[in-house]
Each structure stands twice: as structure tokens, then as C-alpha cells.
Design a protein around this ligand. Structure first.
Ligand SMILES: [Zn+2]
Length: 154
């Protein structure tokens, strides 16, 4: 459905009404009136469809805007590799201030749209939400880091 169809129908009805105003024959007038009503009905139905579509687009726009502002929160972070090869999102220096100290958030939770601040231990970051551990230093007594551990069922 297009706005053009409704405009055309209204214009057609107007033309018919203009021509009909000088018609004296009752039967011709009735026929013209019926045409006019038909065109106006089409226009009304098209406009109702357009209104429905308009509201749907407004809702969709609102939803996308809210998604976008959620994503924008993450623009303040950059993906960083720790010295032992694990990944975290660190708050960019330009966003560090009195109210927002330097910190990192969880890579796994970020993928799910959550901003989960990592707790810092002696050797690792720890996510209190999904329990992901990201090492930034090798644990003493371990020759190799075992990679990030997840709380997944497997
Ligand atoms: Zn997490």
C-alpha cells in the first residue's frame, strides 16, 4: 500500500464530484455519487493501512533506538588481550573519571548485552555474573595457562 494510491483515489473522487455538480439527471447523479463513494472508501481503507504501518514503524524505531543506546554503552570499552592471552573489555582511558574508575567488563557477558564488571584477583579477572575467569598473570605452579574457563555445562 502506498500513500500515492490514497491520494489518487481522493483526487478521482474530487474530479467526479466536480463533474457531477452540473448534472441534472438523477440516474447520472446517482451513478456519479456511487463512484465517488467507492473512491473515498478505497482512500479510507488505504489510509487506515498506512496508519497501521506508521504505528508499526514508530514501535520498531523506538526498539532500535533502545538497542542502539545499549550498544553505545559498550563503545566506551575496547577489547584487550591480557599478557597471558585472555580477553577482556577495558574502559577506554578517556572515559575514566572520578565516578568511573578504570575497570574491565566480561567478554562473554558483553556478547549477551550485559555489562558485567570484572572483579580483580591476584592473577585473574573474575566475572560475578557468568563466572568466567580471565587470567592476566600466570598462576604460580602452572607452566601453561589453561585458557579462560566458562561455567558452561559441558
Ligand atoms: Zn561474564
Amino acid at each position: 500500500m502506498e500513500i500515492g494510491a490514497a491520494v489518487t483515489a481522493v483526487k478521482g473522487a474530487l474530479d467526479l464530484a466536480r463533474n457531477a455538480k452540473d448534472v441534472n439527471d438523477r440516474a447520472q447523479l446517482n451513478a456519479a455519487m456511487s463512484d465517488i463513494m467507492g473512491k473515498l472508501t478505497t482512500a479510507q481503507s488505504d489510509l487506515l493501512d498506512l496508519l497501521t504501518e506508521h504505528h508499526r514503524l514508530i514501535d520498531e524505531n523506538r526498539e532500535l533506538k533502545s538497542k542502539l543506546s545499549k550498544e553505545e554503552r559498550f563503545d566506551q570499552y575496547r577489547l584487550c588481550k591480557t599478557p597471558v592471552g585472555h580477553y577482556i573489555y577495558e574502559l577506554k582511558e578517556e572515559y575514566v573519571n572520578e565516578d568511573k574508575p578504570a575497570h574491565a567488563i566480561c567478554v562473554k557477558c558483553r556478547e549477551e548485552g550485559l555489562r558485567s564488571t570484572l572483579q580483580e584477583g591476584d592473577y585473574s579477572y573474575y566475572c560475578p555474573t557468568c563466572r568466567t575467569v580471565a587470567d592476566f598473570q600466570r598462576h604460580p605452579g602452572f607452566a601453561m595457562s589453561s585458557g579462560p574457563t566458562y561455567n558452561d555445562p559441558w
